[in-house]
Write a new protein. Structure first.
Length: 478
């Protein structure tokens, strides 16, 4: 009996410290096989270390701002917020994602405006996502007070529900109805609101010990493209944000909100503005997520006011480190594993690849040299001047192209039209998926917003109408 218990315990320990979960490995292999050949590059993350991001849909479509442009379908604001519906649908979608994409991924609690959920419902949704192995990020316009944030994070009796929360906040002057500044005339006028949002999370850390990851999002159109550099400079300088992300406007959603000249903004123009705001080149070549026509990502960190990439592709030692990481550590769950277990997982990898230690040392040495040396970096740490900073441009596609391209993909047809062919290639490499448990599908976000949202929200209008008939009063009009 004793030996059987010992063998069982050893077996459990061996399984829990296995470097890559078999379900993760299967999901990665499936993802890699589905990628177009052109994006299977040495820098590609999908299928080698990550399955991609995930997002909810149809769980709370309503928003209380009116933006131009707006990616929501015309019926989104005609659906009421209903906590039971939200939690039921979040659970179903997370179960499906976990079954198809493995036990660990980053998922976004997104739809309409997340702060329209009651704090307890919001917290319950995040808990459900975590129970299914997802690292959740709440998407918001940020127009809520500290008391709401505190109520989400702190439960009854004053206990904290989460040790860490992630929020993506969207600020730009194209948004209408924000309290205190319903019609901003410039991006600069929104800087105090951007700063206030970050300060709420600094207060949360101070009062409750809850850390946070904040991403700043902004839609880019011809009307504000020349202000992107100032936004980058200001937001990075605020210190509370770890990501600055931009989305060139695409023709998706409610056509009534597309008033004015919304010419296409190409991804190079936006990236040039990022570099102008940072006053230095920002390289996105070391790590790629999906198709570079959709996504550009620069992972790095700030040392004072200078940005440094985690990997510099001009340094061979760092390129080697990336390649060996994907080969030997790709798929290892770093963010969601307890430190002692993670240490054992890494040691198991190094047991079969001991030269990995030398590869890591060479990468550290090269990175330190770029940052001015160990002494300079130590001083910056002591002054709290070292922090992560990621730059992202995510370029959505026009609905008029996504619809026919998706129809052809579902029927197995390869487009001959160059625009539709590009759309098909980008959809096949999409890094952002949404779950449909009722059909067993995982669909790219552009398909969800361009093709599926309008019909889905029409159905939700009938399921969750804004006006609910009240039952007759007792004894009245029998």
């Amino acid at each position: 009996m004793m030996w059987s218990k010992i063998r069982a315990a050893v077996g459990r320990a061996g399984t829990s410290t296995r470097p890559v979960d078999p379900r993760t490995r299967a999901a990665l292999d499936e993802r890699w096989a589905a990628l177009p050949a052109a994006v299977r590059t040495p820098s590609q993350t999908l299928g080698r270390h990550a399955v991609g991001c995930e997002g909810t849909h149809g769980v709370f479509p309503k928003c209380n701002l009116t933006c131009s442009p707006c990616y929501h379908s015309a019926d989104a604001n005609k659906v009421r917020i209903d906590g039971e519906h939200t939690l039921r649908e979040v659970a179903a979608q997370m179960r499906h994602l976990a079954s198809r994409r493995g036990p660990r991924a980053h998922a976004q609690l997104i739809g309409g405006e997340v702060s329209l959920l009651a704090p307890g419902v919001h917290a319950a949704a995040l808990t459900i996502m975590r129970e299914h192995g997802r690292e959740p990020m709440s998407f918001t316009h940020g127009d809520f007070d500290y008391e709401y944030l505190q109520a989400v994070v702190v439960g009854e009796g004053g206990h904290t529900r989460f040790g860490r929360v992630s929020y993506a906040v969207h600020f730009d002057k194209l948004m209408r109805g924000r309290r205190g500044i319903p019609r901003p005339r410039s991006e600069a006028e929104l800087h105090p609101y951007r700063r206030r949002f970050a300060e709420m999370f600094a207060r949360l850390k101070s009062e409750h010990g809850v850390s946070s990851y904040l991403a700043h999002n902004m839609t880019v159109a011809p009307d504000n493209i020349d202000e992107v550099a100032d936004v980058v400079d200001s937001v990075v300088g605020m210190g509370g944000y770890s990501m600055v992300s931009f989305q060139p406007a695409a023709f998706v959603g409610d056509a009534r909100r597309w008033s004015g000249g919304y010419g296409e903004i190409d991804i190079d123009t936006v990236w040039n503005q990022i570099e102008l705001g940072m006053r230095q080149p920002i390289s996105y070549h070391s790590i790629q997520f999906g198709d570079p026509r959709c996504n550009r990502t620069a992972l790095g960190f700030m040392v004072g006011r200078r940005w440094h990439p985690f990997l510099d592709v001009t340094q061979q030692a760092e390129v080697d480190a990336r390649d060996q990481f994907f080969t030997h550590l790709g798929g290892v769950n770093f963010g969601g594993t307890r430190p002692p277990v993670l240490v054992v997982k890494v040691l198991r990898v190094l047991a079969g690849y001991p030269q990995g230690v030398l590869v890591a040392v060479r990468w550290v040495r090269s990175a330190l040299r770029r940052c001015g040396g160990l002494r300079q970096l130590f001083i910056a740490f002591a002054r709290h001047q070292v922090r992560p900073m990621t730059f992202v441009v995510h370029r959505f596609m026009d609905a008029d192209n996504v619809g026919p391209a998706w129809d052809m993909m579902k029927s197995g047809e390869r487009a001959s039209d160059p625009v539709l062919l590009e759309t098909q290639q980008r959809l096949a490499a999409c890094t952002y998926s949404m779950a449909h448990p009722e059909t067993g599908e995982l669909v790219p976000a552009c398909v969800q917003h361009s093709v599926l949202d309008p019909g889905e929200n029409q159905q939700l209008r009938r399921l969750l109408p804004l006006t609910v008939a009240k039952p007759p009063s007792p004894g009245c009009c029998s």
